[in-house]
Design a protein around this ligand. Sequence first.
Ligand SMILES: Nc1ncnc2c1ncn2[C@@H]1O[C@H](COP(=O)(O)OP(=O)(O)O)[C@@H](O)[C@H]1O
Ligand SMILES: [Mg+2]
Length: 262
Amino acid sequence: MATAYDIAMKPGNIEEGGSAPAVTVENLHKSFESQKVLNGISLSVSRGETLAVLGRSGTGKSVLLRLIIGLEKPDSGSVRIHGQETAGMALDRMGEIRKKMGFLFQHAALYDSLTVAENVAFPLEHHRRDMSKAERGDRVKHLLAEVGMEGNLDKMPSDISGGMQKRVGLARALALEPEILLLDEPTAGLDPISSGEIDDLVLKLQREHQMASIVVTHDLHSAKTIADRLALLNEGKVVIEGSFAELQQCDIGFVQEFLKQS
Ligand SMILES: Nc1ncnc2c1ncn2[C@@H]1O[C@H](COP(=O)(O)OP(=O)(O)O)[C@@H](O)[C@H]1O
Ligand SMILES: [Mg+2]
């Protein structure tokens, strides 16, 4: 069965973008039947920058990432990757753009039937046919070492902890040296210590690779730790976007409530 990951990584063609932000979304609208989920979202993120997208469960954070990756199409509005409009783009061309994006889905981050090493090798097998088996093996070891998992190559996902699974998912997201990193709830379901370790890892990877990163989370502590800017969503709109200090100073009731409850 094709998973979201397979569909997302389907190959195609692309031209290079210029100096535009890595990701820009403008006035995005998306409904499912009568339910309006996104009601005019505009955001952008540049190389070297991490944007945290915050909001309560069900506010459309995962939908927003799926629109950016092109797994779903917006009803209206624009998604530009390095300045290139992708909202109306055919799936095969989108596949090539996606090679520049590493992503970690909220659920089912790994293939259950593949070992840790095979999971990380997967994108390389499909998109780096120029690599020999030995080169691929070396790259997998290097990627797993980057996330502190080099001692677990032959383990199955079910034999490692949730935090370790996220680490392996991050290694796989980095396999094709993405310029854009999209993480959906990387700390969800983890205990505070494991969450803190993932936050530290995301910070380290961001320092080393200087990607444009969007991290969706409902975890304010995590967002505060890893992000340069935060955007808080509610009822399909960005309520406020800015630094953590700017959110704290904001006198909008919803923002204060969110900060208090998180
Ligand atoms: N494919 C879909 N079909 C119908 N409704 C969907 C679909 N994807 C998301 N939704 C709905 O959109 C809303 C936002 O979902 P989601 O983006 O997953 O929220 P969040 O990630 O912020 O918790 C939810 O009410 C969800 O049920
Ligand atoms: Mg979600």
